[in-house]
Design a binder for this molecule. Sequence first.
Ligand SMILES: *Cc1c(COP(=O)(O)O)cnc(C)c1O
Length: 438
Amino acid sequence: MAPSALASSSPISPVATQYSSKRRISSAATNTKNSAQTLISCALQTRINSINPDECEAGGEDAFFVADLGEVYRQHMRWKINLPRVEPFYAVKCNGDEKVLSLLAALGTGFDCASKAEIQQVLNLGVNPSRIIYANPCKTASYIRYAAEENVRMMTFDNAEELYKVKKFFPHARLFLRICTDDSKALCRLSLKYGAPLDSTRHLLELAKDLRLDVVGVSFHVGSGSYDPTAFLTAVQDARRVFNEATEVGYDLRTLDVGGGYGNDNFEEIAAVLGPAIDEYFPPSVRVIAEPGRYYVSSAFTIATHIIARRTVQEDGSRNPSYMLYLNDGVYGNFSGILFDHQKPVPKVLKRGDKYFFGSTPTDSQLTKYSIWGPTCDGIDCISSFSNLPEVLEAGDWLYFSDMGAYSKCSATKFNGFSDNHDVVYVVSDPGALALLP
Ligand SMILES: *Cc1c(COP(=O)(O)O)cnc(C)c1O
């Protein structure tokens, strides 16, 4: 990397500049947030400096991610410190990035899969089938047969029909009864679709017993984006009641699955409620697992997008114009989480003219009003209807968005002929993670 490219960033250590081609991994000797930011900044600049928008082939300036695997590693350590009794089974649907999955496999996590393809992807990493839970209460029959062939035995159910299906295709499955929770305070509600109401659990357990099925535990998911940690307490108490019912029916349940929905911002708060609740209601002989998704990856991915067009809007009665910016990625692409996951990505200036601004804001021009749009011809393709950004951003400049690791790339489409497969540049800001990677 040319030193001149480092316009606005702090000095970069020699280790941090080892980065070369787009799929290589670079490393840093320290694990501070600062060095992580420096590595990400360097990777962004190196990649952008390698692109000449005036001469590159079509799509050469496509949006791309920088993924910091060190951040995934730190989140795992943070989990172990705060919820030492709970074994995480990473929810693959949230981000199936190959390197993230490899790192988590090396860290010894389990995996929550919801389809044949997800199970297969995890098994291909050499993960033992006992470390997978097929956590979809309404499963495709042929996928259940596949799980049986591969000996992926843990799976969830929440209704009688599913029990008959499992009896037919995989009578030796180890079943978790997924219960309904009060998710009224969550942004992404799940209990409308899944979870056995608490007045149905005894009947389901009796039916399972009649069918001679192996029920081994209870699971729940309080919904995602829940800012109410007490939802976890209530769910643990409900699970306890179902454990007791199961004892009456003749089962000896051994595992509690406390689901997903852990946020990055309120994780310690949730853990401070959930950890003690588990200890209060479940003896140490009960194994406790969880299915965190977004928690592990959200903060690990940054996306860089190219401004492809700008329209000046002169509002009536206003002397100052506002601007519409059109990016080469949007709601049909990696910003799909705006629709599916209630995300509100925050645009920041990455490169204006030939200057970089990662982690800082240009101070040489005043803020002005922008709306930010994706590249497709659909009006719904809006990333932000109102953002204050420095004046004179124009086509050719770059914006970046942090916290783009969850429910982004995985639900991107090819709508309107745009790419759904954007490059990922990997950096590793933590030596602990580096040691585990192939
Ligand atoms: C989506 C999902 C998860 C992960 O949810 P996050 O909010 O990403 O933690 C876990 N378990 C199940 C059953 C899910 O459907």
